[in-house]
Design a protein around this ligand. Structure first.
Ligand code: ATP
Length: 146
């Protein structure tokens, strides 16, 4: 039995799909959610959401957020979210470079967590973008049967 997954940011709804399983970046690591899961409200880290449906797997990078899990539905409110196919690798590489340079310049203590979060987001975006290239060639992020 599938579970409905909604992933939204302030600007847009990225995903509203039925999947077999969704994996979320919880504070204690990746957590897999199937239909029938106990209700849960939790924060999410900077990390990847993985949607499994049949033989298809989709990867989404999020910049943290919150999730509400209900037995038949998962609702993610993300700070930022991009599907693997949407990630601009050059932009992420530039952001990573900027973050590394800022850290190397011994920034004030209060700036460090901000720079480290930027470093984590850009590293994650590069990782998730590479997942796209390791997948079989598909025209887009749809779940259509092959
Ligand atoms: P940058 O310094 O490149 O703006 P950032 O980590 O500061 O990166 P965010 O504040 O997390 O960016 O996101 C701002 C907006 O830009 C969000 O809508 C996010 O989805 C989008 N975004 C950020 N980086 C990328 C990227 N590499 N590819 C596609 N969209 C991106």
């Amino acid at each position: 039995m599938p579970i409905l997954v909604d992933i939204v940011t302030r600007d847009r709804r990225l995903v509203s799909d039925e999947v077999d399983m969704v994996t979320l970046p919880g504070s204690a690591g990746q957590m897999g959610i199937l239909r029938g899961h106990a209700p849960l409200l939790s924060t999410l880290e900077i990390g990847e959401i993985i949607l499994h449906k049949g033989n298809d797997v989709r990867y989404i990078a999020i910049g943290g957020g919150v999730v509400e899990v209900r037995p038949d539905k998962v609702i993610v409110l993300a700070e930022s979210a991009e599907q693997a196919e949407e990630i601009d690798e050059a932009r992420a590489a530039a952001a990573l470079q900027r973050a590394r340079e800022s850290l190397a310049e011994n920034p004030p203590r209060e700036r460090k967590p901000i720079i480290e979060a930027a470093l984590q987001r850009s590293t994650l975006r590069l990782k998730v973008a590479r997942r796209r290239s390791s997948r079989p060639q598909r025209p887009g992020p749809s779940f259509e049967e092959e």
